[in-house]
Ligand binder design. Sequence first.
Ligand code: HEC
Length: 174
Amino acid sequence: MKRIVYFLGLASALVALLLAGVLNVRAGGSAVAPAPNGLEIPEGYRDWRIIAPSHRTDNNTLRVIVGNEKAVSAAREGRTNPWPDGAILGKIVWKDATHEAWPAATVPGSFVHAEFMVKDHTRYRDTGGWGFARWVGPEQKPYGQGPEFVQECFGCHLPVKNSDYVFTRPAVIP
Ligand code: HEC
């Protein structure tokens, strides 16, 4: 009898685990919470193509600027002022690290954040046609206390108003 009870307990625990797995996959399997302005982390951004790399000496970070299909085609065809609706630019940031076998080489260290600009000239009219969002750290915690965090992003992108609020110039890839 003891054995049966033990077996039943084990079996129901297994069923519960399986169900949890199935439900998680149904929900997209993404545990990343949306940004305070409702933007979801773009699906598949880890596989996006590169528009340009960049390096900042004021905070010692390496970055790659990537884009979804619409953004990369626009970048390669020079349609970037304005960028087309539906284009999403992503920026992935790592702390500078030094390669142990070649100290002059700066390589990606710990992950800092991933952030995005989503172009929709009607929806995001108040912030230059761009929806902004950032997810911080390996745990991908949404940045900002409330939806007004976008003013900080937009404010700092104002100096490049004449290039549709985008700093990055697509790197030449012959
Ligand atoms: C202190 C100034 C500053 C703030 C605040 C800021 N950015 Fe930027 N952002 C930059 C600069 C400078 C670049 C270009 C250089 C680089 O790659 O970092 C940039 C680049 C980007 C890019 C790549 C496209 C481009 O414009 O070159 C994205 C995407 C981006 N930022 C998103 C955001 C988001 C989202 C926020 C707010 C959560 C934000 N930024 C806040 C200064 C800022």
